[in-house]
Design a protein around this ligand. Sequence first.
Ligand code: PHE
Ligand code: CO
Length: 296
Amino acid sequence: MNATPRRVEHLQTDKGSVPVYTTAVIEQPWASYSATDHAVWAQLFRRQRELLVGRAEAEFLRTQDAMGMGDAQIPKFDDLNRMLRARTGWEIIGVEGLLPELTFFEHLANKRFPVTWWIRSPEQLDYLSEPDLFHDLFGHVPLLMNPAFADYLQAYGEGGVRAHGFGIEALAQLTRLYWYTVEFGLIRTAEGLRIYGAGILSSKGESIHCLESAAPNRIGFDLERVMRTRYRIDTFQKTYFVIDSYQQLMDATRPDFAPIYARLAGQTTIAAGAVLDSDTVFTRGNGEGWASEGDV
Ligand code: PHE
Ligand code: CO
């Protein structure tokens, strides 16, 4: 049996109907995972690991191994937490699903990474529209072991709490930053471009698309450029932003954002697929297959 998460309500947003869950932190109900749940984990784990050798940033794969994540069974949060606490002081906490923004920011600011406790059904191996245990655990948790990246996430949480005082535009800009880095970021290494964004790492199709397709743009990371760039949640990305290192991310986001929010308030947003003269372009996408309708 697949246990059912408790959704509280659906919120209408500009990105469509979004489920909102209880904010309660819950103990991972590990003993109640079914054989099907473990099999879904195993299948996704093997499939992604095979795909990600040579595509994911090497440290991501090494760390995943070091944490003892494998295909044998769904990992136990307690086991992962022992390593995380020792290495970076982070811990993962079980949640029902997407959290209200402020709750999410507060967890990150306190070095708690919320992980959805339930896993998708066998019919949803290729895609589901909200994070589940596979996305959160497989995709996000290994990088919490990296001190620079972990610091970035914590600072992001603190910045999010602050941004609440600046209004919805500031929050939208921060959300774009998260989207194009933590979820869909690429990193430049000596061996070539590699994936570090969890939204890609947990997706078979996008793991290939983001590196091999001629359709998307691949553009050097620029903080304000990213904060102005719109995105869609229901298709592959039209643009990926490339960082040189996690330290670059940390350094770029260290300054006080208040003047940045003020400056951006007077500027237009940028369509997801647009390329600007000021961009550092690694690849200019040919746009093949892009939905023309609802261009963001
Ligand atoms: N430096 C930002 C601020 O002053 C906070 C922040 C850090 C935002 C890291 C995003 C990422 O609000
Ligand atoms: Co995610």
